[in-house]
Design a protein around this ligand. Structure first.
Ligand code: SAM
Length: 277
């Protein structure tokens, strides 16, 4: 399949799912964990103030959260439907002054921003994973790093290749014949390798590290975003009903989510890096 066909497939998918994307991180306690754990590590590494790029920011969950905390934010996304929804949500939250731009563009070409413009760069929820070409992913990583100032934190989260294999076992066994393809190639084209999602690349943790290290980024931490809860959706949602048990589990989850045994097996994982060049 040609790159342009893949690109159009990705755009069409996200145009049709903007409302779902707004709900995704809040739909139930299990999915909230990705949001909570990501925010925990944002708080750990973000400077006290500054201008943040939320690249592939979708309908703006992270933009709105960070704007509420006093950061200036620029939200960039590929898909106009996402941007329209983000405009509405930002306005409704009364944050239009903090959100400096809501702008259409691809992470592959951030030429609208000068070098060293931002005090932190976010690329969360796998925008990088919807580029099915290694050279283009490298260009996107280069762009994300270029627009950040020296020493700033860079946050990139993606869908895990090993996590997808566990999903095959748990939820979509009828697609098991594609397991070896997922494992060795890591590229997913709907129709060719299953159904139910758009074109995507699944990452191994070391692959994401290599991608950013090659652009002059020091990897500070790798984090399994669903951590020990990963794939235990029903059990996690049940636990939420007991406030004390949930509190303990969240502490355990945050203490263990950087363990190498946890990172790659999570549905999503996050790289936190520092631009050193
Ligand atoms: C799963 S959503 C994540 C949204 C948000 N970052 C979050 O974590 O909640 C992925 C987003 O990446 C965007 N996207 C995909 N490819 C992109 C690209 N090449 N450049 C910019 N955004 C892209 C999609 O339009 C979508 O809004």
């Amino acid at each position: 399949m040609k790159d342009t066909e893949v690109d159009n497939m990705v755009k069409d998918w996200f145009a049709a799912t903007s409302r779902h994307e707004w709900r995704r991180l809040k739909q139930d306690p299990y999915h909230q964990i990705e949001f909570i754990v990501t925010l925990h590590f944002l708080h750990k590494y973000l400077p006290e103030e500054g201008l943040i790029l939320d690249a592939g920011g979708g309908p703006g969950r992270y933009t709105i959260e960070l704007a509420k905390q006093g950061y200036d934010v620029v939200l960039l996304d590929l898909v106009p439907e996402m941007l329209k929804l983000a405009e509405r949500k930002v306005k409704r939250a009364g944050l239009r002054r903090r959100v400096k731009q809501i702008v259409e563009g691809s992470i592959e070409d951030l030429s609208m921003f000068g070098d060293a413009t931002f005090d932190a760069v976010l690329c969360l929820g796998s925008p990088l994973g919807h580029i099915l070409n290694q050279a283009r992913r490298e260009k996107a990583a280069r762009e994300l790093v270029r627009v950040g100032r020296k020493n700033i934190p860079i946050f990139a989260s993606v869908i895990s290749r090993l996590g997808v294999l566990k999903t095959l076992l748990i939820r979509i066994q009828h697609e098991m014949r594609y397991a070896k393809h997922h494992l060795t190639v890591g590229d997913y084209i709907p129709g060719a390798h299953g159904e139910g999602f758009t074109a995507a690349h699944w990452f191994l943790p070391e692959e994401l590290c290599d991608l950013f290290e090659a652009q002059g980024v020091e990897v500070l931490e790798m984090i399994g975003l669903e951590g020990l809860s990963s794939h235990f959706q029903k059990e996690t949602n049940r636990l939420y009903k007991d406030e004390e048990k949930w509190r303990i589990w969240m502490e355990v989850l945050l203490e263990t989510c950087t363990h190498p045994a946890v990172v790659g097996g999570s549905e999503h994982f996050l790289l936190v890096g520092r631009k050193i060049e």
